[in-house]
Design a protein around this ligand. Sequence first.
Ligand code: ADP
Ligand code: MG
Length: 601
Amino acid sequence: MLSRLKAYFFDHPQSTASIVRRTMGEQFPHYRARYGVAAIFMAITAGATAAMAWLMRDAVNGIFVDQQVMAIWVFGGLIIALSMAKGLCTFVQTLILQRIGNAIVASIQRRIIDKLLHLSPGYFARSNSNEVVHRMNNASQAPAALTNMIVTSVGSDLLTLILLVAVMAMQDLLMTGLALVITPAVIFGVTRLVDMMRNLSSDEAAGMVDVYTAAQETSAGISVIKSFRMEDAMRTRAGKAIRGVELKRNAIARILNLTAPLMESLGGVAIGIAMIYAGWQTIEAGKTPGEYMAFIAAFLLAYEPAKRLARLRLNIERSAKISQMVYSLLDTPEEPPDLPEATPLEAVTGQVSLNEVTFSYSRKARVIKGVSLNAGAGEMIALVGPSGGGKTTLVNLIQRFYEPDSGEILIDGQNIRLVTRASLRQHMAFVSQDAFLFDGSIYDNVLCGRLDATEDEVIAAVKAAYAWDFVAQLPQGIMTPVGEKGILLSTGQRQRLTIARAILRDAPILLLDEATSALDNESERMVQAALRRLMEGRTTIVIAHRLSTVRRADRIYVIENGKVAEEGTHDSLIKQKGVYARLYMGDAFDRYDEAVMEAAK
Ligand code: ADP
Ligand code: MG
């Protein structure tokens, strides 16, 4: 039973103890020397704090009881020197700790980026991008906070507390014992109050959201509210939220206003008792007032470190929980590595064929159910069919974002499972429908098609994609920044730049996910022309949405429900009067560009 419990708390990968152990194990060794230096400064600070309290005895006795002039200079000077030493050491030690903390955050962020780059695309399909950003920005701080928290509490707070208690014990054992019993109880009581208040505050914030929502909905939805006579319902709902917030605020006020007077009274009671006891001891038992001054000074100085230590467990738990968010990301399995016997794909003509490929994203549902298709070198084949049929999945499989469950994908007769991923993707260019651009200049965005291209080659690609006209007119020309995701450009311009990127790549195989929405006349014609230029002499597999594209295809594969339902040319498929003919009649294709082309003739 006990070992089971121990296993749960200490060996369970998500227990606080294991997260703390992992964090310390990963981080501490790298910074051992620097932590050592920080610990020296912490020890000096703790020593100076205790020494100040300890000096109180001789200072008070020397100056106030015995009235020695020398004592004024000696103790005054010592206190000044100690305070300055303490300030300096605190500065150095916190600076070292923060710099270690920053280094830890940076190393975690580097690991996250590296991880993201190695995860399979499936991970991103499943996860929320805001969450990835949150882990990168905020959660990455937690392991650093955790490490520094532990080092500080052991090296600084605990040491200071021990030294101060020692100073107290040297003055009066009985009172020290009493303080050790009562103070922790008071501190825990106060921390409980603080926690209660924190919970109430977050409840209050949640209630405030309801109040805001009510106000916002009332103003935005007033016509609906009026016409459906929802005034009373709205008033009741808002009223409940408002009343809830009011009650929470009263509770907060109660605690908030209780804490300060409570602490003050308790402090006063403590001082009163100490005074009675100390006075009695001095007058009746011959002790010196200095001893009690030293005791009180040590007691007061111990309050801050003791309070921090009391909250330590809670803070560790919170940071550990956040650290776990980082670790769960870092522990996600990566894209499986290339096979050990993998070879680079041989320079290819670009013939692509799929043999009886099956695939499922999860065990539950098979998405691709035995697809065979063939794109001869330089051919253009179109994948069409109802949404959800599996077209995008096939394109993902050809890029080996996922591995088929059975069947094989061959490029010039080589199974892509047996070649290196890098060489495979080297031979392909992918143009997605969303025309994704990175935050950077036009030049950078085209250059990422082939990083070793010269400036002339980049410009040639931009020209080939019919993008030079607008690029040349921009204030900074090809060096113009495109803004985040390219928002500074129009959709048609972005599409032509992604086409330029693919032209520059000059890969024998082109994968194209045609945009679903048509552009205005002019842009549409330019994009179509750029695409035709791009397809020239390449094997192209296009997920087609435009009638003009399917008409030009050497072969059309109708993908329905994970299978090839029909294949053939536009004319032969129309004659079959099957799925394709129905799609054609049923307006599944964008005829807009067709109309534009007709009109242009
Ligand atoms: P199409 O491109 O023809 O519209 P998809 O290839 O996108 O079809 O999708 C085929 C099927 O696979 C759909 O049922 C879809 O819900 C499912 N699917 C697509 N992507 C994923 C994914 N990442 N995880 C699980 N299921 C997916
Ligand atoms: Mg799709």
